[in-house]
Design a protein around this ligand. Structure first.
Ligand SMILES: *Cc1c(COP(=O)(O)O)cnc(C)c1O
Length: 381
């Protein structure tokens, strides 16, 4: 294998930034592939024999679809979901021929031959997409595989009930329906009655289609219990360490560590203005550290937040800049933190979900926003 990152993955297959050396980088993103594998095993244990796919959309939730896929394959995972055809084509190049890859958003009209060439299966979301895939099968003279998605109540993707009811038997000529699937809108809210309403709607809709294995649960859906498991689960977030059971202890292992480097430290006197717009003024003498990390690296400019060093909270002061953030390090003994030292933004002191809470968003957005300038380190492979 072309091991030019030192981690078993060709650099070109890792997301941007992996070629920046640790010494040169402003921030370091460590991704624990061993933790992803353990999270997959934990989900499998809950699923008690039901198959478990891996959702790798948005470059594996920002963590690198290729290395994550390789880790999941080692756990026996051979079904992957991506959102877009382009993601599927890239993933096929990295995983080779052995795995099934489904494209959740369906195929844009005119792109069907590209899906055939890369051996990708569409998630068929409309009667028009079904017709296009049927015609592609006829033209290619063979049976083509697909998942059929029905809208059980999220109103986002999938065939609406009226469209499902109107389908003839011939509508599926030349198509091997691998799964009938749907997606839950409120799976992270255990008590929300929408979950059971969607499950019952899914039951009703799948009976109108040719018999096929079924798939409904995302990460949180797995924790709604066995009636939601069907024949295939489709977790993404939980694999990456995001809590699939908000409000309860996280049953998953953390996967991501994000550390930023101190670019400079300084002392300022009372009244000193800090950062653009002088939105912060020192209320007394302060020691400050500026880190090489900013909104261009995916940290929301509006997020009031903090970094951590050896268990100490170091609050952001002033505005988040494009490439830098100023921290108040007065709580640390003088000289304890200097140029080149690393502070933690995501890690043992501040989980992805904690960081998301401070930023008024969700862990999914924190991970998929992570920028391209980090030195990426894959461990646990
Ligand atoms: C994103 C997605 C998933 C995975 O959801 P998580 O909440 O990340 O587990 C599963 N199915 C569909 C249709 C999705 O869009």
């Amino acid at each position: 294998m072309n091991d030019d990152t030192g981690h078993g993955f060709p650099a070109a297959h890792c997301a941007g930034g992996s070629t920046v050396s640790e010494a040169a980088a402003g921030a370091i993103l460590t991704i624990d592939l061993g933790a992803i594998r353990e999270n997959y095993r934990r989900l499998k244990a809950r699923l008690a024999g039901v198959r478990c796919a891996g959702v790798l959309k948005a470059d594996g939730y920002g963590l690198g679809a290729a290395p994550v896929a390789a880790a999941l394959i080692k756990e026996g995972c051979d079904i992957f979901f991506v959102a877009l055809l382009g993601e599927g084509i890239a993933l096929r190049k990295s995983v080779g021929p052995g795995s099934d890859i489904f494209v959740l958003n369906g195929l844009p009209p005119g792109s069907e031959s590209e899906a055939v060439a890369a051996a990708l299966h569409p998630v068929v979301n409309s009667a028009a997409q079904l017709k296009a895939w049927r015609e592609t099968a006829r033209a290619s003279g063979r049976t083509l595989q697909a998942a059929i998605q029905v809208d059980s109540g999220m109103s986002r993707l999938g065939m609406p009930p009226a469209e499902v009811e109107a389908l003839s038997k011939e509508a599926f000529d030349g198509i091997d329906i691998r799964y009938v699937m749907s997606h839950l809108a409120c799976a992270d809210e255990t008590r929300n009655p929408a979950n059971e309403e969607q499950r019952l709607a899914f039951e009703r809709l799948r009976r109108m289609l040719p018999a096929a294995p079924a798939s409904l649960a995302n990460s949180s859906g797995i924790f709604l219990g066995a009636p939601y498991h069907y024949d295939l689960a489709r977790p993404g977030a939980a694999l990456y360490g995001i809590n699939p059971t908000p409000g309860e202890a996280n049953p998953m292992l953390p996967v991501v560590r994000l550390q930023a480097k101190v670019a400079q430290t300084r002392s300022v006197g009372e009244g000193a203005g800090v950062g653009y717009g002088h939105t912060y003024h020192a209320r007394g003498p302060l020691r400050l550290a500026t880190i090489s990390f900013g909104y261009a690296d995916g940290w929301h400019r509006r997020a009031a937040s903090a970094a951590w060093f050896e268990g100490m909270r170091l609050p952001f002061v002033g505005r988040v800049s494009m490439d830098s953030i100023v921290l108040d390090i007065s709580a640390l003994a003088a000289g304890r933190l200097g140029e080149g030292d690393l502070v933690e933004l995501i890690g043992p002191s501040q989980s992805v979900d904690d960081a998301a809470g401070h930023a008024g968003t969700i862990g999914y957005e924190i991970l998929t926003s992570l920028g391209a300038r980090f030195h990426r380190r894959y461990i646990g492979a």
